[in-house]
Design a protein around this ligand. Sequence first.
Ligand code: ADP
Length: 412
Amino acid sequence: MSYPVPFNEPERLTELERLRSAEWGFSAALDRLCSLATRQLKVPIALVSLVGDKEQNFAGRQGVDMLKTSRDVSFCAHAIMTPQPFVVENATEDSRFCENVFVTGDPGIRAYAGVPLATRADLRIGAFCAIDVKPRRFTADELALLGELGGIATAIIEFEHMKLQLDDALEEAGEMQEDLREHALALESSNKELAEFAQTLSHDLKAPIRTIRTYLPDILENARTGELATALEDYRLVLKSATHMDQLVDTLREYCKVRYEKAPVTDLPMNVVVEDAVGILKPAIEERAAVISWGELPTVKGNGPQLILLMQNLIGNALKFSAEPPRISITAASRGADAVFCVKDNGIGIKADYLEQIFEPFQRLHAASRYAGAGLGLAICRKIVERHQGRIWCESAVGQGSMFHFTLPAAQ
Ligand code: ADP
């Protein structure tokens, strides 16, 4: 090692690292400062050198093209040793520099004057220097000017560093603001959806309550007057309404669960999911003598209970809105990283105008008296698929049966 090392070298290098910008070329301002120094001190070369562990990097330059040199041939490595200006009047007569490659070779340094760049923490990270290619003296005024320019160079380096930090902070603040805006929008739309949901729900719950309210006094009156047959008929209506309310509350619970509960994801063979859903629907399948077929289905990344509920709702609807006997097939294909499934039935079909609407909560195309249901089944299906980053859609025509397609992420 042929250069002196300051006593506080580790702290000095940490300070340099703190101020390091993505590139060493800080700003055109440092180059301009060097240009000013060459004119005022009448020298061909001026440099702002940052002295690192093994190299010096030129953050500002005038008169040389190099961006860095090794530290052991650096004059500035000597200038950082003292707070005073470091001066060499004739390098060829100085044992420390007479064999230096920049003295014996290009650019042929003869005279050097450098002042340390001392940061606010009073650590010398480099030097501001003026270099001549012929031996010369530097006057006290010239060295004082060099000192001033060195002070300005340090201030520019600190300023550029602060500017970078400020830019980063501003960028971060901008991203946070954008995140907040997105959250606020999501919250607003979720609140709106919830309000609409609550309104429709209260409307749907009121219908059976109204029926019960209307018929209960009649039942009592008929029972009192001995018209038991009429009382029994009314009682059946009340029971039906209560059952409907019960179903509505159950479906609602399912909907809320899908929407708000955490759903851990594992690799799931869809054959097993379909078998489970078909098992749950066994009584309805047997009652309708339905034929349900599926082949080899892929394994997906998903939440077991949610995917069973999804298949249960789709197969359940296919059974409910089907011809006699219901024929339902479940197929799958691969599309990029996804698996695309299709549940096809031979049922009553859906008018093209309603193919989107059916996925909204409480949307029913038929009177509840004809086909029972809360109108939440497909809304649940859509929530489940969306929570799996998938998409669900329907292709159908009246009297032509329906095909419900949905995508799920395929397991690797
Ligand atoms: P519901 O509880 O009424 O079944 P869904 O949300 O499951 O509610 O379905 C919404 C509406 O979409 C149904 O009322 C029905 O009109 C229509 N629909 C759903 N599946 C089918 C299907 N496979 N064939 C024909 N119509 C369907």
